[in-house]
Ligand binder design. Structure first.
Ligand SMILES: [Mg+2]
Length: 216
């Protein structure tokens, strides 16, 4: 039985092509330059290194530069969301028709998640938001946070499915026993996963879930 679905937020509930995440990306670079005083030509390499070693840029900044996570999250999420997002009535209808409980599982802040859901018109579609603050700034793909999430919702991993645009975030879910779906509109150009099902368009999600429900 499928009981719950975990949705990533950024670049999953809206497409990367809308430009919102590029704006956030630029703000992250600016934060490293202006607030942490990392030379501009070292920013990209530093972000890649932190992402690989600590899961997010933020966690690298906390460990190596004693950055205040609240200050960082305020800075990088200060985006005019209305410039990028409009209500997605089709997605709202589709989510409403899925019988499973639905949760947001995001490395962003709760405030950012709430605002994005508001702009997409999806504020009533989810039972709860598990954000980076909830896990005391420990991010996906740390496997411990997946287990804490499961404990909190009181469900077994085998009863769930997780959807994310980053294959690396799906691996721990798969290791714990969840079904996993890689949202990848580029059809494999950006990320690869050996275990996750592939989803090119959110409109195809109900059909993909039908197959999973039958198989469980
Ligand atoms: Mg994402």
């Amino acid at each position: 039985m499928l009981e719950f679905i975990l949705f990533d937020l950024d670049n999953t509930l809206y497409p990367r092509s809308c430009g919102l995440f590029d704006h956030i990306d630029n703000l992250i670079n600016r934060y490293l330059e202006e607030e942490v005083k990392i030379p501009a030509d070292e920013v990209d390499a530093r972000r890649r290194a932190y992402l690989e070693a600590h899961g997010t840029t933020l966690n690298g900044l906390i460990r190596h530069h004693q950055v205040d996570p609240h200050d960082y999250l305020r800075f990088v999420h200060d985006v005019p969301l209305g410039d990028y997002l409009t209500p997605d009535a089709d997605l709202k209808t589709m989510l409403a028709e899925l019988p499973e409980k639905k949760y947001i599982f995001s490395n962003a802040s709760n405030e950012h998640c709430q605002k994005v859901l508001d702009f997409l018109g999806l504020q009533d579609c989810f039972t709860a938001i598990y954000d980076i603050n909830y896990f005391n700034f420990r991010p996906k793909p740390e496997i411990a946070v997946y287990q804490e999430l499961l404990d909190d919702i009181g469900a077994r991993a085998e009863a769930g499915v997780m959807i994310d645009d980053m294959a690396v975030n799906l691996k721990p879910a798969n290791d714990l026993g969840m079904a996993t779906i890689l949202f990848d509109p580029t059809d494999g150009l950006l990320s690869k996963s050996k275990t996750a099902l592939k989803l090119k368009s959110l409109a195809d999600l109900p059909q993909l879930l039908d197959g999973l429900r039958d198989g469980r």
